[in-house]
Design a protein around this ligand. Structure first.
Ligand SMILES: Nc1ncnc2c1ncn2[C@@H]1O[C@H](COP(=O)(O)OP(=O)(O)OP(=O)(O)O)[C@@H](O)[C@H]1O
Ligand SMILES: [Mg+2]
Length: 235
């Protein structure tokens, strides 16, 4: 198996230039961002209204799509220079992504969902399982639920599994799309506190997107997508 691109540890976590994205078949762009950067280890809260393009931007940052125009460098690697399978390997190795719908496999257990994402590399399967269990415990998912099917867990519990799945490979960049079926404020605050606690001893940048402007005090930086994006007449 060929190895994935080696990342440059001095480059920004994210660097965009003249980014433009138009969905295939559509005539109008959704995103037009002249420039944006996120430093290594920086935790950014990106707020935007529903439909403003947050999930679209995260999909581009994750290399799931390529920009229509412009450049996206993630950890110093130009996404458009990698073919689809190299981008998949790059994502698996260096990025953690939490999708708005979590994308858990409903008939697999909490632990199995996490292990599906685990890259074994030098560590073994038993070690990965141990690490999955430790992380699930750190996000307060009790061990009695570790073997329960994802479909039989609450949204908040599924969110915690999705975070653990995104962190299992110790990514350098974590991309989190907040679920629209929002947790109540107490649960959300508790979840954010847990997330920052787990991240505290990791060298990991984060972009956390939400439509809710009230989140944000835990983050290094609070950005409104409308300030970055020239589409929509607000730029
Ligand atoms: N596959 C697609 N084809 C065409 N247009 C799309 C597609 N997916 C999304 N869009 C449009 O792109 C815009 C941005 O969508 P996106 O899902 O990025 O918004 P969002 O900010 O994540 O919203 P929300 O807060 O509701 O999740 C919307 O106007 C949406 O209708
Ligand atoms: Mg979205």
């Amino acid at each position: 198996m060929s190895t994935v691109t080696i990342i440059d540890s001095l480059s920004d976590a994210i660097k965009l230039r003249d980014l433009n994205y138009t969905f295939p078949g559509s005539s109008l762009p959704v995103l037009s961002i002249p420039a944006w950067q996120v430093a290594r280890n920086e935790r950014v809260f990106l707020q935007g209204e529903s439909g403003s393009g947050k999930s679209t931007l995260l999909g581009l940052l994750a290399g799931l799509q390529l920009p229509t125009l412009g450049e996206i460098d993630i950890l110093g690697t130009r996404m458009s220079a990698l073919g689809a399978s190299k981008r998949d390997r790059f994502r698996a190795k260096y990025l953690g992504v939490v999708f708005q719908q979590f994308n858990l496999i409903p008939y697999l257990s909490a632990v199995e969902n996490v292990l599906l994402a685990a890259q074994f590399g030098t560590s073994d399967r038993v070690g990965a399982r141990q690490r999955a269990i430790e992380l699930l415990e750190r996000v307060n998912l009790p061990s009695s639920l570790h073997d329960r099917k994802a479909a039989a867990l609450s949204i908040g519990q599924q969110q915690r599994i999705a975070i653990v799945r995104a962190l299992i490979n110790e990514p350098s960049l974590l991309l989190v799309d907040e679920p629209t079926s929002a947790l109540d404020h107490n649960n959300r605050d508790a979840f954010l506190a847990l997330l920052f606690d787990v991240l505290a001893d990791m060298e990991c940048a984060m972009v956390f997107v939400s439509h809710d402007p009230t989140i944000g005090q835990l983050f290094d930086r609070h950005v409104r997508l409308a300030e970055l994006n020239q589409v929509g007449g607000r730029g």
